[in-house]
Design a protein around this ligand. Structure first.
Ligand SMILES: *Cc1c(COP(=O)(O)O)cnc(C)c1O
Length: 424
């Protein structure tokens, strides 16, 4: 299947390239473990969604949590993207990357006062409010600043997106949003608050959704709610349909951008409101790879292991969700296939990139590429086992740049101190 990212990661004479640069060349320059992103693939994925929604007023607010590198965000912002943020840190990054505050939406169940204040100061498009308690905090913080906060409620339509439970967010029992049945009461309260301006409605049901039905079911409920809210005198100028469109990690066949947009528009395209979409994974995942070098191979009993210099602290999806990520040698394949686990150096048996995978024989020094690693890869990385986080590289055509330096050992202890008077 051809996804927007797939042309950017092609083989030439057996060698894996990103755009027009050999991965081998980048790895020699920047070291491993390493994330490599294609600006071309990012732009292609963004443009495909933008074109798919061309028939209706819309804003694509890239979900920055999927890949927050400034260069990645700037690549999208320069094409017109807004940004969906879920913390003051993400807001800071979005602004630093040049995002237009009027194209920033702020989601998340746990907004602190200082975060609300920072978003008001920036002048964002809207807060996606996830509880009535949060609504009252936003009203209070806006009051102190003499501002009026534009809000939508994130409603929870109680549909099952049929994805991993950790990334299902639209069920009645989830921590996200307010139950759709309570929305009318919540909007009525919002109307009574002096520093709140209701501007729309929001819904996000989960991530890595590869079936259109859950989107359609959720938005049918949102459509009906919009009618009820307008009848009750509320202004609904913005309908935020969230993100969640899936990608192909293994054999999944997600809807295309056009199919997804058609399903969204069928439900809410004729409601005389601007549509906001918050895609993360569907823009960034296939625009990036994770590159790691083989350190050792070994056989314990019957079991073959390939030990690499990347680990769960760099790419946690396999360890956290049991997620499958396609992996391939960067260079020419050497023939014989073995069943093996591809594992990192972290001291946990959960630290693997692949389990029981048929893989061409590799040896010390070989480079491997983990595909579809542009989303929820580096952004979920940690320093566990005091491992410096990987470098990040952006490629465009024949050129590339390190857009985040590999962390140094000094970076690992930044901000720490040894208080002599507390030690003996
Ligand atoms: C994570 C998230 C998104 C993006 O989800 P993807 O599956 O990456 O498209 C969008 N909106 C909200 C509120 C989110 O939490």
């Amino acid at each position: 299947m051809t996804t927007p990212g797939s042309q950017a990661f092609a083989r030439r004479d057996g060698q894996l390239f990103v755009d027009d640069v050999a991965v081998e060349v980048i790895a020699r320059d920047a070291g491993t473990p390493l994330y490599v992103y294609s600006a071309t693939a990012l732009a292609a994925a963004y443009d495909a969604l933008d074109r798919a929604f061309a028939a209706v007023p819309h804003t694509i607010c890239y979900s920055i949590k999927s890949n927050m590198n400034l260069a990645v965000v700037a690549t999208l912002v320069r094409r017109g993207a807004g940004v969906d943020v879920t913390s003051a840190g993400e807001l800071f990054r979005a602004l630093r990357a040049g995002a237009d505050p009027q194209r920033i939406v702020y989601s998340g169940v746990g907004k602190r006062d200082d975060e609300i204040d920072a978003a008001l100061a920036a002048g964002i498009r809207m807060f996606n409010v996830e509880s009535r308690a949060e609504l009252r905090r936003i009203d209070a913080v806006a009051g102190q600043r003499g501002a009026c906060a534009p809000v939508t409620f994130r409603v929870n339509p109680d549909v099952d997106p049929k994805t991993h439970p950790y990334i299902s967010t639209g069920l009645r029992t989830s921590k996200f949003g307010i139950p759709i049945a309570e929305a009318l009461d919540a909007y009525a309260e919002a109307k009574t608050l002096a520093n709140i301006d209701v501007v729309g409605v929001d819904c996000h049901i989960g991530s890595q959704i590869v079936d259109l039905q859950p989107f359609s079911d959720a938005l049918a409920r949102v459509r009906s709610l919009v009618g009820d809210l307008r009848n009750a005198g509320h202004r609904i100028d913005w309908i935020d349909v969230g993100g969640g469109l899936g990608v192909t990690y293994a054999e999944e066949v997600p809807p295309s951008a056009d199919e997804y947009a058609a399903a969204v528009q069928a439900q809410v395209g004729d409601l005389d409101a601007e549509i906001v979409i918050e895609p993360g994974r569907s823009i960034a995942a296939d625009a990036g790879i994770f590159v790691t070098r083989v350190l050792y191979t070994k056989t314990n009993g019957e079991k073959h292991f390939v030990i690499v210099d990347g680990a769960m602290n760099d790419l946690i999806r396999p360890a956290l969700y049991g997620a499958y990520q396609r992996i391939e040698p960067v260079g020419l394949s050497k023939g014989a296939v073995l069943r093996c686990d591809i594992v990192g150096a972290v001291c946990e048996s959960g630290d693997f990139l692949a389990k029981d995978r048929s893989f061409p024989a590799v040896e010390t020094g070989d480079l491997l590429a983990v595909r579809s690693a542009g989303a929820y890869g580096f952004s979920m990385a940690s320093n566990y086992n005091a491992r410096p986080r990987a470098a990040e590289v952006l490629v465009r055509g024949e050129r590339f740049a390190v857009v985040r330096e590999r962390e140094s050992l000094e970076d690992l202890v930044r901000g720490e101190s040894i208080p002599e008077d507390l030690l003996e």
